[in-house]
Design a protein around this ligand. Structure first.
Ligand code: TNX
Length: 481
């Protein structure tokens, strides 16, 4: 049995009480308040797997899940006493967060018989509302089953947004009504970097993923990258290229050579169809419009394009997110620039923050999961790296960018680009153990965080990940159990 607070992300407040341990015995049962049942069933499943006991749902259960005010959208209270375990939250999302905490207090080996939970109280709530990661399906396609397994793995760390990079120069990975060649050609054989593929999500598969993620309190954030990163769309529909000539497919790693034509109405007819379709499939509030590395678009055309497209996102009921280059224009205060460079100041993002926009922090030198861990590790890129676990952990999002402080931050996201990835194992190896570091950066109070404590808590995940079949990088910085 570990200590009560030995979880990732570290809870905001922990009061261990060694005299109050609770034993999950053969008679253990769960009592769920109305509205708490779905999360209570998830907890019951975990407790059954850990103990081998039946753990039914029963009105006299001493493991209690309650809904009560005062914990915020995702916060919770966990009380472990000798005679009862009480989980209280304002909303099911908070109960789900508490279950992720409890899960890490259970032994790794399954069907272990009676299990003792360490006594005491946890009061916990997230520092930032947006705690995300991103998977690039465009450079390398991952199947719905692979994405589901990724969702299961990240949910344990209280990650609550999964950004899917669905389109790029190499491939187009989401079926769009009325534009079948996008995926027939853009999702065809050989469309991944280096000739990988084929693959795309049908609208129904995407909707299934959205629902699956929602069951784990994760919001899907779809990205359609534009006006650059559109070569695959132009291969499928040459009329989307400025001069209408046939466009050659490209599966190399270059960026910044393609652009939609900001001066043609046809561009906006296409973009509106895509935004309408993606918005209709996406219950979450966000729609990511990319906007990065538009080196083949003039500055004037870039502005024209965004002034047309930002209102379209709003018309279909979504809040636009864009890579921070979008802050070159005056953004509506509902728009969210996502900072990804390695520099210490960005005039556009600072101006957007001063105008009331919230910002997502993804500085590449701290959060890019596609960076190599070390100069000699594979796979990965190295333009912002190497990025070891300590570097992913040891920073404060509120002091990262000049004039973009705590109040301006919506949250933190760790993107995983897939140019060098070939398999789900590669995805897992790049994600773990760095995403848990970022999850703690985004969830835990800065004052509760400490590298020495984190690396010790992280070490315990070695056996846990092995039991779950999740590959991870055995970083030499961590004293693996
Ligand atoms: C830059 S970060 C890109 C991507 C690449 C990535 C590789 C950003 C907004 N654009 O197109 O995949 O670097 O690290």
């Amino acid at each position: 049995m570990g200590q009560l607070g030995d979880v990732i992300p570290v809870p905001a407040q922990v009061w261990p009480d060694p005299a109050a341990d609770f034993t999950i015995g053969p008679d253990a049962a769960i009592r769920a308040a109305p509205g708490a049942e779905p999360v209570a069933r998830q907890l019951a499943e975990l407790l059954r797997a850990a103990t081998g006991h039946p753990v039914p749902m029963r009105p006299d259960g001493t493991i209690r899940m309650e809904l009560q005010d005062g914990h915020g959208a995702e916060g919770y209270r966990l009380d472990v006493a000798t005679d009862a375990v009480t989980v209280a939250a304002e909303r099911p999302a908070g109960l789900h967060a508490a279950v992720q905490t409890l899960r890490q207090l259970l032994p790794v080996a399954g069907r272990a018989g009676d299990v003792v939970l360490p006594g005491g109280r946890i009061l916990d709530r997230p520092r930032f509302a947006y705690r995300g990661t991103m998977l690039d399906l465009a450079r390398h396609f991952f199947t719905p089953d692979e994405v589901r397994s990724f969702i299961d793995a990240i949910a344990q760390f209280k990650i609550n947004h999964l950004h899917l990079h669905l389109t790029d120069d190499q491939g187009w990975r989401l079926e769009i009504e009325g534009w079948p060649r996008l995926t027939e050609i853009g999702g065809g054989p050989g469309t991944g970097v280096g000739g990988a593929g084929p693959g795309f999500l049908t609208a129904a598969e995407y909707a299934d993923l959205v629902a699956y993620a929602a069951g784990r309190f994760i919001t899907i954030v779809p990205e359609i990258d534009m006006p650059g990163h559109v070569n695959a769309a132009q291969v499928a529909y040459p009329e989307l290229a400025g001069d209408g000539r046939r466009v050659a497919p490209r599966h190399d790693r270059a960026v910044g050579y393609s652009s939609l034509d900001a001066g043609r109405e046809q561009t906006y007819a296409f973009v509106e169809d895509v935004i309408r379709a993606v918005a209709a499939l996406t219950p979450g509030p966000f729609l990511h419009i990319g906007g990065d590395e538009a080196k083949a678009t003039s500055a004037a055309d870039y502005r024209t394009f965004l002034h047309r497209v930002l209102p379209l996102v709003a018309r279909y009921g979504k809040r636009p997110i864009g890579w921070h280059e979008v802050a070159a224009v005056d953004l509506p205060d509902t728009a969210v620039p996502q900072f990804w460079r390695t520099r210490a100041a960005d005039a556009g993002v600072a101006r957007a923050a001063a105008n009331g926009c919230q910002v997502i922090m993804s500085p590449a030198d701290r959060t890019y999961l596609d960076m190599k861990y070390a100069a000699d590790s594979e796979p990965g890129l190295d333009w912002a790296g190497p990025l070891d676990v300590a570097r992913a952990y040891d920073w404060d999002p509120a002091t990262r960018l000049a004039r973009v402080g705590e109040q301006a931050l919506l949250g933190v996201e760790a993107p995983l680009w897939s140019e060098t990835l070939r398999s789900l194992t590669d995805v897992q190896t790049m994600t773990f153990p760095r995403l848990p570091a970022i999850a703690e950066v985004a969830w835990s109070p800065q004052t509760a965080r400490d590298w020495a404590s984190f690396r010790r808590r992280l070490a315990a995940f070695g056996p846990r990940w092995r039991a779950q079949g999740i590959a991870f990088h055995r970083s030499p910085e961590i004293p693996w159990a």
